[in-house]
Design a protein around this ligand. Structure first.
Ligand code: R5P
Length: 310
């Protein structure tokens, strides 16, 4: 079975770089848009192929998900032998349970619809929660960009630097960075007040006089990072913190980050870069990681060393 890479319109550069790293090009694909907003994707010859559809579902989230669903259906109807959906950033992953009675579980709905549209296997990079796997009836491969980002951080890590999880949900991620960078971990306890506002309540671990690397799976509005940085400063951490997050969405004008003493944001290309970021941004590509993942899946090889730590 030959393999083919199909790209949606959300991450064409990443998909192209992934295909190039695999020594191939992108399969023919077009996405037509009707005046009323309807999308009509079409793919070329895929009969019998091992197909990998690459599409991040960052902003505009709903538009990108709908396009992905239609692309999956197009691949299935074009006779693909097997369809793997590669979603570098999985939107709605934060809706992994009901926050209150009467709410939906968005991550489950997205997972179900991807399968219904034709996905037989899912690849994601640093999803917000490892619980995504249990929401999917199809096999899920959760790979991590942490080694890529830790590699970029390593040359500037000074003696005494501490890796900070800005909330309890990021502790495993922080431990992964800390093990690669040989640093201790500190944790901020936060409460989310609304979609854009969070309140940091407590710091666990010593940061006084230390440099800090604040890590997270994603930076959306920047509210979580802002709250964590303010707590760190109040506890005597050195200004000039570095932020490392796999998914740098930077939505909503990202004002919370602009007034903070941050040195840089290190992120990846799982989503398109924000046009005018409020701090210096350094981007590391996950294309080599995706290419390695796809190559191994195609050859039926294990992915153990690429997986997230749970
Ligand atoms: C939530 O728990 C996530 O891990 C991130 O901390 C959060 O989604 C980031 O969002 P924002 O930048 O809007 O605070």
């Amino acid at each position: 079975m030959t393999f083919r890479i199909v790209s949606g319109t959300a991450s064409p550069e990443l998909a192209g770089a992934t295909a190039a790293a695999l020594g191939t090009g992108l399969a023919a694909c077009r996405v037509e848009r009707f005046p009323d907003g309807e999308l009509r994707p079409g793919v070329g010859h895929l009969r019998g192929a091992d197909v990998y559809v690459v599409q991040s579902t960052g902003p505009p989230v709903n538009e990108n998900i709908m396009e992905l669903l239609l692309l999956l259906d197009a691949c299935r109807r074009a006779g693909a032998g097997r369809v793997t959906v590669v979603v570098p950033y999985f939107g709605y992953a934060r809706q992994d349970r009901r926050g209150a009675a009467g709410e939906a579980v968005g991550a489950r709905v997205v997972a179900d619809t991807l399968m219904a549209a034709g996905a037989q296997r899912l690849v994601v990079v640093d999803p917000h929660t490892a619980a995504l796997e249990s929401m999917c009836a199809m096999p899920v491969e959760m790979v991590s960009a942490v080694p890529t980002l830790a590699d970029a951080l390593a040359p500037s890590v000074a003696e005494g630097t501490v890796v900070v999880a800005p909330d309890l949900g990021a502790v495993k991620l922080a431990e992964h960075y800390a093990s690669l960078l040989r640093c201790p971990v500190a944790v901020v306890r936060k409460t989310r007040v609304s979609g854009a506002r969070v309140h940091a309540e407590e710091l666990i671990g010593g940061v006084e006089g230390r440099s800090a690397i604040v890590i997270d799976d994603m930076v959306s509005t920047g509210g979580t990072i802002e709250a964590a940085v303010r707590v760190l400063l109040a506890h005597g951490a050195e200004p000039g913190m570095v932020v490392a997050a796999t998914h740098g969405l930077l939505v909503g004008g990202h004002t919370p980050l602009s007034g903070l003493p941050l040195r840089r944001l290190l992120t990846t290309d799982t989503v398109e870069p924000a046009p005018a970021p409020p701090l210096p941004v350094q981007v590391r590509s996950v294309a080599p990681l995706l290419a390695d993942t796809i190559g191994r899946l195609h050859r039926n090889e294990p992915l153990d060393d690429l997986r997230i730590r749970t």
